[in-house]
Write a protein that binds this ligand. Structure first.
Ligand SMILES: Nc1ncnc2c1ncn2[C@@H]1O[C@H](COP(=O)(O)OP(=O)(O)OP(=O)(O)O)[C@@H](O)[C@H]1O
Ligand SMILES: [Mg+2]
Length: 648
């Protein structure tokens, strides 16, 4: 994997994770602060409402006790007529004696006044027989005929007598037979002067009081009874009209079940936690329902084990909090911008870090292996330049070794060439009967083979020597006016024989008279190599080789085009390297040692020109080279100087 990609990936991960983590942490801490403040607000509400409810009970109880302090209660039951027992007519209507009537009037007045002071549905006085002595319902004093004698059936009858003086008994909700409403009751016994509990005094409070108390504008407030129903619920509208039999009404049938809030096991668990919580402090629990967290702030009320709860789902905890939701958006935008700009910077920085390495790699790749050049420092990065210095030191050492090798090879080649000249000369002499005598045909043949191979060897040694000279910059060049037309015509004539062997069509398409100041022999050597290569790669009979020259501004452009096999693009870059041959199989038809193009390149570049190829596989090959005018030796030695300078 590329260093740049690694850096980009690494830094991207760091940036994205840092930004995301920071945003999440920032949001989470803010979120918990908002939720804390919401819980606090809910706690305050629960506390206030719980205080109101507890206060209501307390005041009701206090008022009840205050009310019975009036001696008129005891007086009624101390009356001899009362002690003697109740008298009813045939319709079971209680018959008051005149004394009783007097005291009852006083009682009625007192109770009536009392109900005016307090929000009570019904107030009544019931004796030990279950006979109502007086009753005020919604500020209306009941007539004698309406006084009930079966109050012993009420759920609070027995417990009221079990209660002590100055104690209040609270009755769980029931439907009042008189008001046909759900109420709960407070009772306290009336004790005669002889200590006998003769009656109890009682009043009923409508449950609606709770329902009114739990109303809220956000979330849900409810009062839960330990037996699993809600006696008040801000999200529920109770039907206030009860038509069926009072007392038979079960709270469970009338009040909504606690499950109307949630049926999730999480909620039930939370509720059990609340119920098992013995103290009456405010606490809070959470539960999960439909994938959303719900918060419940609760408090146990003083009566009936009721729990007052205020509940809000997570979304409601945050909604209305514009700061938080807008902050979440702002943070997402900032995080997005930070990530994008971070990634762009990472990309740029990574590119900057890795660019010198890539530049260095490119420079290494572009090196001519036959002429390794010192690489100039890249950028200001110390590390990469240390690598370049080390690399340059290596190049210098390699170049020095190469030079020694070349000098040695040059010397060896030169030595190889010396014996070849007399061998070829003596072969020529042997072939001449006038000089050494007539050889028979077999002997002549052998001498011919020796001479041919010696010439090939001489050619090869000559090529190697050329390469050496070029490498060592020791090749000498002429600088004379070259008549290009003359040169090409001369070559045309010389090549006639070779072309005839494969029946190749040879075309010299030069159209202008050109002269260039350069080295005629070397240009001829290059053209020769290019044309002879083409000869080997064009087909017999249909082969066509076109060559020539044309003026190209300051320089002359030479070309050799053939309709041979062509060279695939990927192989073209190595074509001008020493010993490179495309087909290296033993069965190849093209001979040679792969030095021709390398020498051609060396010569052309030394003459100040350029050489290149344009070809496609199967579509022939076209070689081009340029020869500038006035290319002098001075200019060439400048090039040599350049290389030496950079090598330092
Ligand atoms: N006109 C051409 N068409 C197709 N392939 C060519 C052509 N010219 C050169 N080549 C390929 O390029 C290789 C190198 O050519 P080059 O002249 O350097 O060496 P050579 O001809 O093999 O040997 P030498 O020239 O040293 O005798 C050849 O072996 C051949 O594979
Ligand atoms: Mg060749």
């Amino acid at each position: 994997m590329r260093i740049k990609s690694k850096l980009v990936i690494l830094f991207s991960i760091i940036i994205v994770s840092t930004v995301v983590a920071t945003s999440i942490i920032a949001f989470k801490s803010l979120e918990s602060a908002v939720i804390d403040s919401q819980i606090k607000e809910m706690t305050d509400q629960v506390q206030t409402k719980a205080n109101l409810i507890n206060d209501l009970h307390y005041r009701a109880a206090q008022d009840l006790l205050f009310s019975v302090k009036n001696p008129v209660f005891v007086r009624y039951f101390d009356l001899r007529d009362t002690v003697a027992g109740n008298v009813h007519d045939k319709n079971k209507v209680l018959q008051f004696t005149p004394q009783q009537r007097l005291v009852k009037n006083e009682l009625d007045q007192w109770i009536y006044n009392f109900q005016n002071r307090f929000n009570v549905d019904e107030t009544c006085l019931v004796d030990i027989n279950g006979q109502e002595i007086t009753r005020v319902v919604l500020k209306k004093v009941a007539l004698d005929k309406d006084l009930s004698y079966t109050e012993w059936m009420t759920p609070f009858f027995r417990p009221s007598f079990q209660n002590d003086v100055d104690h209040v008994y609270y009755q769980r909700p029931y439907v009042s037979p008189d008001t046909k409403r759900w109420v709960f009751a407070y009772t306290t016994p009336i004790v005669r002067s002889d200590g006998y509990k003769a009656a109890f005094y009682h009043f009923e409070m409508p449950m609606k009081i709770f329902q009114d108390l739990v109303q809220t504008t956000s979330g849900r407030i409810y009062v839960a009874d330990p037996s699993g129903y809600l006696v008040a619920d801000s999200s529920y509208k109770f039907n206030q009209n009860i038509n069926s039999e009072p007392f038979r009404q079960s709270p469970k049938d009338y009040f909504p079940s606690i499950n109307t809030i949630s049926t999730s096991s999480d909620f039930n668990k939370a509720l059990r936690n609340v119920q098992s919580n013995a103290n009456t402090d405010v606490g809070h629990v959470t539960y999960n329902s439909n994938g959303e967290l719900h918060y419940i702030v609760f408090k146990k009320l003083a009566l009936f084990g009721w729990i007052l709860a205020y509940e809000k789902p997570y979304s409601m905890m945050l909604s209305g909090n514009t700061n938080l939701s807008s902050l979440a958006i702002t943070m997402s935008i900032i995080a997005g911008i930070a990530i994008v700009s971070g990634l762009i910077s990472v990309f740029i920085i990574s590119d900057r870090i890795s660019r010198p390495i890539r530049d260095f790699a490119m420079k290494c790749r572009n090196q001519d292996v036959s002429n390794l050049q010192i690489i100039n420092p890249i950028g200001n990065d110390k590390e990469i330049n240390q690598v370049i210095y080390a690399f340059n030191e290596m190049i210098q050492r390699v170049n020095a070794i190469e030079k020694q090798k070349d000098e040695f090879a040059s010397m060896v080649t030169h030595e190889l060439k010396s014996p070849l000249t007399p061998i070829i000369g003596w072969c020529q002499t042997l072939k001449n009967p006038k000089l050494i005598g007539q050889l028979n045909s077999k002997q002549l043949n052998a001498v011919d083979v020796i001479q041919k191979n010696a010439k090939r060897l001489l050619q090869l040694v000559g090529d190697i020597l050329d390469v050496q000279k070029l490498d060592l910059n020791k090749m000498k060049f002429d600088s004379q006016p070259v008549d290009v037309d003359d040169l090409l015509n001369y070559m045309y004539n010389n090549l006639q024989n070779v072309m005839a062997q494969k029946n190749i069509k040879q075309i010299n398409s030069t159209k202008e008279q050109l002269t260039v100041r350069s080295d005629r022999n070397r240009i001829e050597q290059v053209l020769n190599n290019l044309i002879l290569n083409a000869v080997d790669f064009v087909p017999s009979e249909t082969g066509k080789i076109e060559y020539g020259a044309q003026s190209n501004g300051e320089e002359v452009l030479f070309y050799v085009k053939d309709n041979g096999t062509g060279i695939p693009l990927e192989k073209q870059k190595n074509l001008f390297h020493k010993f490179y041959q495309i087909d290296t199989s033993v069965t190849r038809k093209h001979g040679g040692s792969g030095l021709g193009l390398a020498i051609s390149k060396g010569i052309i570049e030394s003459l100040g020109g350029k050489i290149w190829i344009e070809s496609e596989l199967g579509k022939g090959a076209s070689f081009y080279f340029t020869i500038p005018n006035n290319r002098t030796k001075t200019a060439m030695s400048e090039k040599v100087m350049d290389v030496k300078n950079t090598a330092k």
